[in-house]
Design a binder for this molecule. Structure first.
Ligand code: NAD
Length: 551
């Protein structure tokens, strides 16, 4: 039976709320409880194969009232026991939020995976990283030129307002695992891994301001000159593709007199946290992306993040740089799209939230990877027509919907890009494989490839075109009349098989994803160019013989 005395009650709650999964090496405090104080496990140590947890409790008064950490005893296969609280202590313990992290327990310590980390820039990203890494048991040194931030950290106070962070800063500073300084050189000497989290604000023209990144790289480069042990520099700040290779690495190499990847490691590790839930996001990020100059550079980060319950993706520097921008553009687009839909719905007196709730339930086509592969323009009997109708309705309601109304313009520009790419190859004899609006249909209505073919005809190109489904339709289907009478100029160019196109063409364009086209890249003559509008092969564009429309 559960005791009603506060101490035993707390004891019981902790037992109930903490679960330790040995299989996943994660410790979880489940949501629950309703009393006045939050419970938080702040670290774990592992003297003898078992994992101890320690906790501090946080009163509603805020971080100042965080008490000393106390040993809560051994977590053993799912139970945690705490020593009785001392007389006079009014703290009561419960868990008010879900909390989890990768356990800094026996295994990590035994394998020697704790790292000495310096974090440059104690703003939102830097302070969260510093607090969380220190919370994981690593020794962390924060560096910032702003003395107030340095002093606050050293006093165990958090320089930013962010849920859960104040307790972490307080407890890790108290435990001696987190300190701050303005001495960049000393920080490099003392640590083995540096995270650069300085701001990269906009310039007046929209370009990225790299002043702080350059300054940091100069400081780190200079410090590396006199460092004898290997160091890894990780840029967490958001930077446009090419910055690592064109700015960061050259400055580091020039000032250190050393070679990146050989003498020191370099990575880009974009940050995906959201302010307000940054600590939760640190422990449960949507993904971890490691852009690495070489395998060696990325290994230390992969180990550091290895226990996180999130996909760990290792890639090249430029891809990692780009991913962050794509994420943010996508999030911004989603918000803008939802708002425009809201405005449109309101003008129809339709509840936009109900509409979007239904929209979001479709995880097959709407909230899914569907339609997110870069390629050629859309077409067919629905998308263009329905976008036009919505744009007209918006006009009728005196609504400006710039995102929705620019979709067709963007699509038309993709058609123009396709034509331009073909023309740039400089060949007169062009072959098109697949020209219905998508593979597996004979529907030619608003097919963007038909538009491309018509523009090439008007410019005097010598064309041969093939599409299995349209060929069948020309002979027997319902579209026979349309093909023979409405587009006779196109019908005349049709040939009976892939080989007839390949025999004729100098430039071969693959216009839809018919599986029959899979082997075309291997069938080409040396003097032929393949223009791929649908990613029929995973090749990258190179040397003019293979060209993807946008890859
Ligand atoms: N804030 C976010 O939610 C978020 C999320 C993901 C990515 N990012 C990116 O992370 C980067 C940092 O963002 P932030 O919001 O933490 O910036 P911020 O402006 O809050 O903090 C930057 C810090 O860097 C310090 N600094 C400047 N020069 C320095 C130097 N030479 N040495 C050490 N410290 C120095 C500043 O004093 C400041 O404390 C940016 O590139 C941002 O785009 C931010």
């Amino acid at each position: 039976m559960v005791s009603k005395t506060p101490e035993k009650d707390n004891h019981h709650k902790i037992k109930r709320l903490c679960q330790f999964s040995t299989a996943r090496r994660r410790l979880q405090v489940m949501p629950g409880g309703s009393s006045a104080v939050d419970f938080q496990v702040v670290t774990g140590v592992s003297p003898g194969g078992t994992t101890n947890a320690r906790y501090c409790s946080r009163s509603r008064l805020g971080p100042e009232s965080v008490g000393p950490q106390r040993d809560v005893g051994v977590i053993n296969g799912g139970d945690v026991s705490i020593p009785a609280q001392s007389a006079g202590q009014s703290r009561r313990v419960h868990a008010a939020r879900s909390y989890s992290w990768f356990a800094p327990g026996a295994d990590r310590l035994r394998k020697g995976l704790l790292v000495k980390i310096s974090v440059f820039g104690l703003g939102y990203v830097g302070t969260v990283s510093a607090g969380c890494f220190a919370n994981e048991g690593h020794e962390v040194l924060g560096i910032d030129p702003v003395q107030t931030k340095v002093s606050l950290i050293n006093q165990g106070q958090c320089p930013i307002i962010e849920a859960d962070l104040a307790e972490m800063i307080a407890s890790t500073v108290a435990a001696g695992r987190l300190r701050a300084t303005d001495d960049a050189t000393g920080a490099i000497q003392e640590t083995e891994l540096s995270f650069v989290c300085v701001g990269t604000p906009s310039q007046a023209n929209g370009n990225l301001e790299l002043r702080y990144i350059r300054r940091i790289c100069e400081q780190i480069g200079q410090a590396l000159k006199s460092k004898n042990t290997r160091h890894t520099v990780v840029i967490r700040s958001t930077i446009v593709p090419g910055t690592m290779r064109k700015v960061v690495i050259p400055i580091l190499e020039e000032l250190s007199g050393k070679k990146a990847a050989v003498d020191f490691g370099v990575c880009h590790n974009p940050e995906f946290l959201r302010e307000g839930s940054a600590v939760k996001d640190f422990y449960a990020p949507p993904k971890t992306v490691i852009g690495q100059l070489d395998q060696n550079s990325g290994d230390i980060l992969a180990t550091l993040y290895g226990k996180l319950d999130a996909p760990l993706i290792r890639t090249d520097l430029e891809t990692a740089e780009m991913v962050k921008y794509i994420d943010n553009s996508w999030h911004a687009l989603k918000i803008g799209f939802a708002n425009e839909i809201g405005n449109l719905c309101k003008s129809f007196a339709i509840d936009a939230h109900e509409v979007m709730k239904i929209f979001c339930q479709d995880e097959k086509l709407n909230i899914s990877p569907a339609y997110l592969a870069p390629g050629f323009a859309f077409g067919g009997s629905c998308l263009p027509k329905d976008l036009r109708a919505l744009a007209y309705q918006a006009k009728m309601h005196d609504l400006d919907l710039p995102i929705l109304s620019s979709i067709l313009t963007s699509n038309e520009m993709q058609v123009a890009r396709g034509v331009r790419l073909i023309m740039e190859k400089g060949h007169n004899r062009v072959g098109v494989l697949g020209f219905s609006f998508k593979a597996g249909t004979d529907d030619l209505r608003e097919s963007p490839m038909i538009e491309v073919i018509e523009r090439l005809i008007s410019k005097g190109y010598d064309l041969r075109i093939y599409d299995k489904n349209v060929n069948i339709a020309r002979l027997v289907g319902a579209n026979r009349d349309f093909i023979l009478n409405r587009i006779p100029h196109i019908s005349r160019l049709m040939v009976g098989n892939i080989d007839a196109v390949l025999d004729h063409a100098q430039t071969v364009v693959v216009g839809n994803n018919d599986p029959d086209f899979q082997n075309v890249p291997q069938q080409l003559r040396a003097d032929q160019i393949l223009l791929d509008f649908v990613r029929i092969t995973d090749r990258k564009s190179h040397n003019g013989h293979y060209d993807g429309i946008c890859w």
